[in-house]
Design a protein around this ligand. Structure first.
Ligand SMILES: [Zn+2]
Ligand SMILES: [Zn+2]
Length: 382
């Protein structure tokens, strides 16, 4: 027996009311750990919370991940469980992901129907892309080995309860870059005496666009955006320094590495042509999330067999996801779950009037239980 909908809703709305930012999920973690213990799971608390549920004689293990963190957004919603932590909001539905996974843990603890080990991974700090690695740094996969790992994210704008995924790349990587040009400032009326960093920076901005347009294959799905151009110029002062900042997205590690290499090459080449110094900082915040064939086929088959509205080959998502670190370590599948198309449920993730759809709580929990029983079948003695 699982939690009933009203209990799940109460739990989700309580998480929503007291959101916590990444690596500050103290109360959220305490609540999760207490519930898991209450249901008889073995609980390990570190930067995140790990719940272990064993049943039968099977020696296979799978991992299910939920994220716990909220965002630095001031909630604009009117409902009666509006955030009580000013400036912090569950605007990405992680309150719902956590509750769906708790619902599954409770249901499976009460009535396993599987043979093996389920490792419930509640990760901190998904939003800044730091939490999964922090759990891996605690050797969570060494201490609790799993053969497959799964995660669900809600998706506003898609029909309520629709499960969608795809084999291969599902979410892009995100890298932040900063290009610092050091020339020579001077008088705006005497450019020959300076080395104007702004003109050189402009050349770099345009040249960076040739990476996607001319160096990567058409349809590679990469994006390079220079989003800030800062100089020390004034009304009559030519700038001697310029800083370009931006964001690059890629759909494969090869393309990401290619972007970094070409970016350095272009910046250095242009700087050298003009006799100025340049430094390029390129930092990948999120790696690509790649779905592996076996868990992806399994998740699709389970969803279809259990009668969920299922899309087996959706388009890749444009956002990035910290689950990528788990699915880079263990074959994994990242799934999207339609949050609804209208009202707060249809508002984009990270908007201040978005809300997780409570109708997904039993759907998500039910999908998890079906998946566990399929991947760790009772007749499987390992
Ligand atoms: Zn988010
Ligand atoms: Zn999210």
């Amino acid at each position: 027996m699982g939690l009933d909908l009203s209990e799940l809703r109460r739990l989700r709305q309580a998480f929503h009311k007291f959101p916590e930012l990444g690596f500050q999920e103290t109360e959220t973690k305490a609540k999760i750990a207490a519930l898991l213990r209450q249901w008889g799971l073995e609980v390990h608390e570190g930067v995140g919370v790990v719940g272990i549920l064993r049943a039968g004689q099977g020696n296979r293990a799978i991992g299910l991940r939920a994220d716990m963190d909220a965002l630095p957004i001031h909630e604009a919603s009117q409902h009666d469980y509006v955030s009580q932590n000013p400036g912090v909001m569950h605007a990405c539905g992680h309150d719902g992901h956590t509750t769906m996974l708790l619902g599954a843990a409770q249901a499976l603890a009460a009535d396993p129907g599987f043979s093996g080990t389920v490792v419930f991974l509640f990760q901190p700090n998904e939003e800044l892309g730091l939490g999964a690695q922090a759990m891996l740094d605690e050797d969570v996969l060494g201490r609790f080995p799993i053969e497959e790992v799964y995660a669900i994210h809600n998706l506003p704008g898609a029909p309520v309860g629709q499960i969608s995924t795809r084999n291969g790349l599902i979410c892009s990587s995100e890298s932040l870059f900063e290009i610092s040009i050091t020339g020579q400032g001077g008088h705006a009326s005497m450019p020959q005496a300076g080395r104007d960093a702004l003109t050189i920076g402009s050349e770099i901005v345009l040249a960076l666009q040739t990476i996607v347009a001319r160096k990567l294959a058409p349809g590679a799905g990469a994006v390079i955006s220079v989003t800030e151009f800062l100089t020390d110029g004034q009304r009559n002062v030519l700038p001697g320094t310029a800083i370009l900042k931006g964001d690059a997205r890629a759909r494969s590690p090869e393309d990401r590495n290619q972007i970094e290499t070409l970016m350095r090459q272009i910046a250095k080449g242009i700087a050298s042509a003009h006799g100025v110094n340049v430094e390029v900082d390129f930092k990948t915040e999120f790696i690509e999330t790649i779905n592996a064939p076996t868990p992806t086929e399994a998740a699709i088959r389970v969803a279809q067999k259990a009668g969920f509205d299922t899309v087996a080959d959706r388009d890749p998502m444009s956002f990035s996801e910290d689950f990528a670190h788990f699915s880079a370590a263990v074959p994994g599948c990242f799934l999207l779950l339609g949050n609804g198309e209208t009202g707060p449920h249809g508002q984009p993730l990270h908007s201040n009037d978005y809300d997780f759809n409570d109708a997904l709580l039993p759907i998500g929990a039910e999908f998890w239980t079906h998946l566990v029983r399929d991947r760790l079948p009772v007749q499987d003695k390992g």
